[in-house]
Design a protein around this ligand. Structure first.
Ligand SMILES: Nc1ncnc2c1ncn2[C@@H]1O[C@H](COP(=O)(O)OP(=O)(O)OP(=O)(O)O)[C@@H](O)[C@H]1O
Ligand SMILES: [Mg+2]
Length: 364
């Protein structure tokens, strides 16, 4: 018959409780879905409930009196000890562990797993007791990773599809329209005398064809600048900046590392982030100038788009139809990057994005 967990506690709590209350408390602890572990000041385990046994794969007897380190992967042990000491010194009675990051436990079979935990402390005459309530979140973390992978795949497919449509528009439709235009010009120049009305029709056909060719090229370029595939990222960003100046009459300087070579999905992400940021400057900023900076550091790509326009309240709630900045953040996060938006009404806006580069990419 295993020892009752409460009976393994230092005499403080049990000593103060009548026998049936001890049994009740033991029952509650053992029926909890979450793992509950209490350690003393020396970090020896003094209580280990049934859910903890299930989660860690150790029986209560194998853990009681043992150092808590047994349940923590080697590389986190020293850090955990320091956290516990600091928590003990704060006097806060309870808090979530891990400061929003996932922390890891170690099972009896050597497997590591992510967990969510909160910790509380209790002063007793025999010293402090720390109780950790924890939940195995392996499945949740896996689901999150799968969602991110799915989103990344969906992005890649969308880009591929846009790229294909852009190529077809550019190479097929624009070429056919150009050929038609050539034929129309030939007619105008070779048919000789024709009625004024036919001549007017032909001129109007030529104008329409000019317009159709220009729109087709513009639509293709907006879908995906083919120069991103053909010439690379730096010329594509320069093209964005000069197109911005031409279309909106706002000077836009582009400062780009000369040897900026990035593979996919990095090149497309950087391009789309700059594109959305400049679209926002055009749409909202009423700026006098804008500046794009793209810098490749040894292990990071740093890009920023700054304008001197009217700025906005970054804490204001997002309009439901506004998806640009959200998409920009999502792109950066998919590549484990960070986005910083600095904007003050009347003082312009800075969008700054840092994306870590994997070793291979950084060496490219
Ligand atoms: N450079 C900027 N200058 C001033 N305001 C800006 C700037 N960039 C963004 N904003 C403000 O932030 C809001 C959110 O931008 P976001 O790009 O998410 O949406 P949107 O541009 O309104 O719509 P969408 O990008 O979906 O077409 C904008 O509506 C605008 O008020
Ligand atoms: Mg926008």
């Amino acid at each position: 018959m295993p020892l009752h967990p409460i009976a393994d506690l230092p005499p403080v709590p049990s000593g103060d409780l009548p026998g049936n209350a001890v049994a009740l408390l033991a029952g509650v602890l053992d029926s909890a879905m979450d793992g509950i572990i209490t350690v003393d000041q020396e970090q020896s385990v003094v209580m280990f409930n049934r859910a903890a046994e299930r989660i860690f794969g150790w029986s209560r007897q194998q853990v009681l009196g043992q150092p808590l380190d047994k349940l923590i992967p080697q590389r986190f042990r020293a850090g955990h000890g320091r956290h516990l000491a600091r928590f003990g010194a704060t006097g806060i009675t309870s808090r979530r562990m891990g400061d929003g990051t996932v922390i890891h436990g170690l099972r009896a079979n050597g497997e590591e797993f992510p967990l969510d935990a909160s910790i509380s402390q209790l002063d007793t005459p025999q010293g402090k007791l720390y109780t950790v309530i924890l939940r195995d979140v392996t499945e949740r973390v896996q689901a999150q990773e799968e969602r991110s992978a799915f989103a990344a795949a969906a992005h890649a497919i969308r880009e591929e599809e846009k790229s294909r449509v852009a190529r077809e528009l550019h190479d097929e439709l624009a070429q056919s329209l150009t050929a038609l235009k050539m034929d129309a010009i030939w007619m105008r120049d070779h048919v000789g005398e024709m009625p004024t009305s036919a001549r007017a029709k032909l001129d109007s056909m030529l104008a329409t064809l000019d317009h159709a060719v220009a729109s087709t090229r513009r639509i293709a370029a907006d879908l995906r600048p083919l120069m991103l595939d053909d010439l690379g990222l730096a010329p594509a960003i320069e093209w964005l900046a000069s197109g911005f100046t031409q279309r909106f009459g706002v000077p836009c300087e582009a400062v780009i590392d000369e040897d900026l070579e990035l593979q996919e999905p990095y090149a497309t992400a950087v391009f789309r982030i700059v594109q959305e940021s400049l679209a926002n400057v055009a749409k909202h900023a009423q700026a006098k100038r804008a500046r794009v900076l793209v810098e490749k550091r040894p292990d990071t790509i740093l890009l920023s788009v700054r304008d001197d326009g009217r700025g906005f309240e970054t804490a204001a709630p997002r309009k439901p139809q506004s998806l640009g900045l959200m998409g920009l953040r999502e792109r950066a996060h998919l590549l484990k990057g960070e986005v910083r938006i600095e904007s003050t009404p009347g003082q312009g806006t800075l969008i700054e994005v840092r994306i870590p580069l994997p070793a291979l990419e950084a060496a490219a």
